[in-house]
Design a protein around this ligand. Structure first.
Ligand SMILES: *Cc1c(COP(=O)(O)O)cnc(C)c1O
Length: 399
């Protein structure tokens, strides 16, 4: 008789965004005359940039003639794209080798699929609150999950503590949903911790391009000494370049990631990931990689940063309203997210309803990202300026 993966029974209902949509739609149906502003979902709104679009057109033409047509490509990505990633890292002062770069269809797939490489008995350390994919993918595999409390008191950048045991450590910085980022000094402590335990850090850098205080916050964990020996990094063009629908990311699996098996044999994580990808993945479309490589060029990134500074101005507008009202918030800088404490001790869903009913501004209740989010609320800077300004005016009158 068929046995199902009953770990799926342990997944929490994925109800955050559907519940937000449900409450919003009910409100709109009852109050069709009240315009609602959505600053909830973490999707971008600006279109692809000029360099990206030109490269897309060009690569479509390549597919139209026999001389330049491309069929199956290398599973790890074309060398032109892997080189574009190597050069992008170089510009941030991090050194990665072409053989360490794996092109993916986005960071979500790879952060989920990476669990294939690890044995069942590891202690998996996941911050609370955080991007729900880490917890759900490990729950699907029946892993032993331990939560690391991110709180107002530790600035939502929790650190290793005396007696902490962990083998697989998820870090997302700048963080979704809290907007908080680890400093270089803080990440050095995590790297040293991982090295001391032969643990691995899974570092999600999906929002690295929002970092502006480059002296304090690293764009890549490989800017930290020792990280090549203990960390995998996931990154994506989704938030950097508006690729949420186009789909392209990259994962760095260093050649120095060598761990011992129970009988003392050495295994290379890079070789394992190569084997995993060549077996289960057939690569990202040529057209998309061609456009992604153009996007990561100096000119391409310059254009992306113009869009990002537009979003960052939105973040600044929201954050300055909260500052004025003396509301504690995180992010708003080096991040597209503003994570603030619900006023008057309100619970996050209660505050969601309050905002919806009073000012028709939609955000995301922090409870959806973990128990430590239950009195916090996330707004995003991905809206357009007009809506953001209007939302800020309404917030100003409410708070
Ligand atoms: C948006 C996001 C990603 C990127 O996902 P893609 O699959 O590349 O679109 C990864 N991690 C976090 C924390 C995110 O918020």
């Amino acid at each position: 008789m068929l046995q199902l993966n009953e770990n799926y029974l342990n997944l929490q209902q994925n109800y955050l965004f559907s519940e937000v949509a449900h409450r919003t739609n009910d409100y709109i149906a009852a109050h069709p005359d009240k315009p609602v502003i959505r600053l909830g979902i973490g999707d971008v709104t600006k279109p692809l940039t000029k360099s990206t679009i030109e490269a897309l057109h060009e690569s479509v033409e390549h597919m139209a003639s026999a001389e330049t047509f491309k069929g199956y490509g290398p599973e790890q990505g074309y060398d032109f794209m892997r080189n574009a990633v190597v050069n992008y890292y170089k510009r941030h002062g991090a050194c990665v080798d072409l053989k360490e770069v794996f092109i993916s269809d986005g960071a979500k797939s790879d952060t989920g699929n990476i669990t294939d490489l690890f044995g069942p008995d590891n202690i998996v350390l996941i911050p609370d609150p955080v991007y729900p994919v880490y917890m759900d993918t490990n729950t699907m595999n029946g892993r032993n999950i331990k939560f690391l409390d991110a709180t107002k008191e530790n600035g939502f950048t929790p650190m290793p503590y005396e007696g902490l045991e962990a083998d697989i450590i998820y870090i997302c910085s700048p963080n979704n949903p809290t907007g908080a980022a680890y400093t270089k000094d803080q990440l050095k402590v995590w790297v040293d911790y991982a090295l001391s335990r032969n643990a691995i850090i899974l570092f999600d850098a999906a929002y690295e391009c929002f970092i502006e205080d480059d002296d304090i916050y690293p764009h890549s964990i490989y800017q930290i000494e020792g990280a090549k020996k203990c960390a995998i990094e996931f990154c994506s063009l989704s938030k950097t370049a508006g690729f949420t629908g186009t789909r392209c990311g990259y994962t760095i699996v260093p050649l120095d990631l060598i761990y011992k098996t129970s009988d003392g044999t050495e295994m290379s994580v890079n070789s394992m990931w190569t084997r995993r990808q060549t077996t289960k993945f057939n690569g990202v479309p040529y057209i998309v990689q061609y456009a992604a490589a153009a996007t990561l060029s100096e000119q391409g990134i310059k254009e992306c940063l113009e869009n990002i500074s537009y979003y960052k101005e939105n973040a600044r507008l929201i954050a300055s309203c909260l500052s004025k009202k003396n509301i504690t918030y995180f992010g708003g800088k080096n991040s597209p997210y503003i994570w603030f404490e619900c006023p008057n001790g309100m619970e996050s869903w209660e505050f969601f309803d309050y905002m919806l009913n009073e000012i028709q501004v939609i955000g995301t209740p922090g409870a959806g990202f973990g128990k430590n989010g239950s009195h916090f609320f996330r707004l995003t800077a991905f809206g357009n300026r007009e809506n953001t300004l209007e939302a800020v005016n309404r917030l100003d009158s409410l708070l």
